[in-house]
Each structure stands twice: as C-alpha cells, then as structure tokens.
Design a protein around this ligand. Sequence first.
Ligand SMILES: NCc1[nH]cc(CCC(=O)O)c1CC(=O)O
Length: 308
Amino acid sequence: MTIADRPLRLGTRGSPLALAQATMTAQALCAAHGWAQGAIEIVIVQTSGDRIQDRALAEIGGKALWTKELDRVLLEGEIDFAVHSMKDVETIRPDAITIAAMLPRADVRDRLIGAESLSALPPGAVVGTSSPRRSAQVRRARPDLSITLFRGNVATRLGKLDAGEADATLLAAAGLDRLGQGDIGCAIPVDAMLPAPAQGAVGIETLTENRAMRDLLAAISHADTFDCVMAERAVLRGLNGTCHSPIAALAQIAGEAIRIEAEILSADGAECVRGEAGIARGDDAGAMALGRSLLDRASPALRALFEA
Ligand SMILES: NCc1[nH]cc(CCC(=O)O)c1CC(=O)O
C-alpha cells in the first residue's frame, strides 16, 4: 500500500531526459515496495529554465531556474515528491524541502560529439556549449577553438550540431545514456575534463515534514552516490557557486572515505586552480573547505568571479 488512498504524485520537468529519470524513479520505487505501476502518477511541471531558450542561463543570472516551480507545487501539496538532475539543484535548499534519495549515479563523464577528442578537432573549430565550465575547460585545452552558445534539451543541441552551427558539442554521458543515445560521441576521461558537481546523479526531494514519504524514498537511495554528490555540492557551496559557475568537482568512494577533486577556471581557461582532499563520508565542512582553499590560491580576478 502507498501512504495515501490515491496514487503518489511525482513532479518532474517535461524534457525527454527529465521524463526518463522520472520513469526510472517511479519504477525503482514500485519495485522496492512491491507496488503496481499505477501507484505513482507522473505530474509534468514546466520550469522557467524550460521556457527561456534564447539566452545563456548564466546570463539570465536567475537562480532556481529548474527547481522554483517544482518547489512551489511540492510546498503547496500538489505533488508528493519531485525528481531532479542533481546538477541543476541549487546548493542551498529551503528548510521545508529535503533531498531524500539519490538513484545510483550514471557515467559522470562528458561526451564529445563531433570529434574523437578535443585534440582531434581542426584548428579554429567551433564548439557549441552554454556551460561556463565546459567552455573554460575547452579553451584551456585548446585556446584556438571558439565557443558558440548551445542551449536547449539534448535533442535540440544535437540538431544544432547536425545543422552545422558548430563542429562539436559536449553533453553529459549520463543524459545520453538515459535517453538511449549512449552510442553517440566519445567519452572524455575525467582527468582531461573534470565533470560538473553532481553530474550524472538523479535526486528525489520531498517535504521535510513528510516522514512517511522520506522513509519510502530512503529505500531506493544509493548511499555512495548520496555521500559523493553531497560532498561535491558542499565544494560548490564553499565557492559560493551555482551550476552556472566555471567549477568542476568529482568525489569518489575510496575505502571508508571520500576522495574529492575540484577545480575552478577563468572564463578563457588561462587560469585553473585545482585541488583535492580526502574527507570522511558526510563531512560537508571538509568539502566546503576544499572549495574555499581553491579561492585562496586563485588570482584576484578569478576570485572576483565568485564574489559577485
Ligand atoms: N544543465 C542541463 C543538464 N542537467 C543534467 C544534464 C544531464 C544529466 C546529468 O548530468 O545528470 C544536463 C544536460 C547536459 O549537461 O548534457
């Protein structure tokens, strides 16, 4: 039985990737609790991030572009829980909302579509991306390449590539895999391109006061993913960053502890400050300190990027 005498309502964005992740979440929950498929109803909620397609999100500067509307319907009781790409979830959440679970993390790497590697691109080639992290990392590896703004969902970006708007683009392997397009492009090793904090992780939120829902969700949470992604989010918090900042971080389980690597870059990639630390699971303060230590070693100009 579910906790209500009606299907549980799972809120999600409406993009094909978001819907795939919502379906995975519903299936995991039904399997864990022995429910029939009809026990969960998927509710699509449009977000400002979905509506605004013509500008770089970093330029709009607005926060909570992907979560604000889902937060509202969750807080108003229109849905029981919500699913997000953790990469798009702000580091500071309202007290009334709790990240109750994360699904097992998928491939954390970025995939390059259009060439076998960044070094294989011809001189002066154009790479389409709207991610300040990816564009700074590309410029660092290949200062001769130019960047053009690519926004929209995965299919839109692949369409722009086909239309010749760029020679190559970068997308998260996790998103492509979940859309059944894992055969597209070449994965870039994490030591050549450190991924965004929380890349590849799906998180599920509910109301902090909804004890019953939190317990149901705990049953499908993957502890290693949860602890690593929380550590990456703490690095981001230590840097006062958002998903639009040129910040990369990757935490991995190492025995009983967590090994975490992080970097910040100037927009042109000329400056890159990298660091790593070993922290205990759940040691958010240790991860935040790693973030702050990068700032301590950055030039005044780079530091200023994070003080806005
Ligand atoms: N910012 C958009 C976004 N948010 C999550 C993913 C992919 C899935 C993931 O990283 O978990 C993407 C697209 C992309 O970066 O290619």
